[in-house]
Design a protein around this ligand. Structure first.
Ligand code: UDP
Ligand code: MG
Length: 327
């Protein structure tokens, strides 16, 4: 196969019920593209029949290549790995559950033709997702926009098209904490949106548990903003102001109203708990940043691969492999 023009990257974690239909719909779209296309499937340590089905697709269709992680590393890392191996000039990232309609790829390519290097899909609505998920997503994207150093378009996920140049920049970024949609906004270049209605999942359960979504949200916030670190300073100023007010009040009582019953254990206890929790909260925030510094400093590979097909074997090491690498 000659070098493809289009690369489609799809992370897969326990999607045995969606894979066949996903492949069918993507193959339809691939047939409409005007150049060679490769489909890179990343198995993120699935425990169902996903890997088996992926292998089968690879054997049947030479445009399909795959990579299988030695364990579950998470969606963002799976996308990262996919981007490490793409060969195309135009790269598309999408989910396996058909919540991202493959047909939108054609509209994205049209935008690329107009000179845009990043075309992200922006959701107009989320069909059949719980109100809690919709509400938390709505609030999160807006808070992130407020606090982040870069302008992140709200209601966008990882579904996007990227030009080779952008992918090369992303691949050259060594950080382990990878919040792709944030990094994608950070790199710059000419960006634009295409809009779509987010379909319900084709089959199976959502792979993002509450814990995973929370971790993604915290990662996003911390990788893009230093505002939480400053929160300690703001809270410190606030409690100092409060303390000053209390000092004046207590002095006033002492001098002019010695019989006032308000001073005493109640007040001290409240102040104690208040300050204690403010301090713990701030230490917690510091911990989040320090934990991430620790992760970066350790310099471990971002993922480990147990099996692959169709991607160049020499490339199977992570961007910065340790010298004693044994996988
Ligand atoms: N996914 C993954 N690893 C994980 C969780 C999810 O590769 O640990 C994949 C999953 O198979 C799907 C995509 O990431 O292709 C998005 O997952 P999901 O549909 O559960 O999330 P949401 O629709 O809420 O973004
Ligand atoms: Mg989904």
């Amino acid at each position: 196969m000659t070098k493809p023009i289009y690369s489609i990257v799809i992370p897969i974690y326990n999607e045995e019920d969606s894979i066949t239909e996903m492949y069918r719909r993507i193959a339809d779209v691939m047939a409409q593209l005007d150049g060679e296309t490769e489909l890179i499937l990343i198995d993120d340590g699935s425990r169902d029949r996903s890997l088996m089905m992926i292998r089968e697709l690879h054997q049947r269709d030479q445009r399909v290549s795959y990579l299988s992680f030695a364990r579950n590393f998470g969606h963002q890392i799976a996308v990262t790995a996919g981007l490490n191996f793409v060969q195309g000039k135009i790269v598309i990232v999408m989910d396996a559950d058909l919540q991202d309609p493959p047909e939108l790829i054609l509209a994205m390519i049209e935008k690329w033709g107009q000179g845009y290097q990043v075309v992200y899909a922006q959701r107009l609505s989320r069909k059949q997702e719980s109100w809690l998920k919709r509400l938390t997503a709505y609030v999160f994207y807006r808070v992130l926009r407020l606090l982040a150093d870069v302008d992140i378009p709200p209601d966008t996920g990882d579904f996007c098209l990227m030009d080779r140049q952008v992918v090369d920049v992303l691949n050259a970024m060594p950080e382990r904490n990878r919040y792709i949609r944030g990094l994608r906004a950070w790199v710059g270049f000419r960006q634009t949106a295409v809009h779509f209605e987010r379909d319900p999942r084709f089959a199976g359960k959502e792979k993002y548990t509450f814990g995973k979504s929370w971790a993604l949200a915290v990662n996003g916030m911390i990788s893009l903003s230093k505002v939480p670190l400053r929160l300690a300073t703001y809270l410190g100023i606030l409690s100092a102001a409060l303390a000053l007010f209390m000092i004046i009040l207590v002095l006033y009582w002492r001098l002019f109203d010695p019989a006032s019953p308000l001073i005493g254990f109640t007040l001290i206890t409240i102040a104690l708990f208040f300050l204690g929790s403010v301090q713990l909260f701030c230490i917690g925030i510091l911990g989040e940043y320090i934990g991430r510094i620790y992760e970066e400093v350790k310099g471990r590979p971002i993922y480990t691969v147990k099996e692959s097909g169709g991607v160049k074997a020499s490339a199977i090491l992570t961007p910065k492999p340790p010298s004693h690498s044994s996988f």
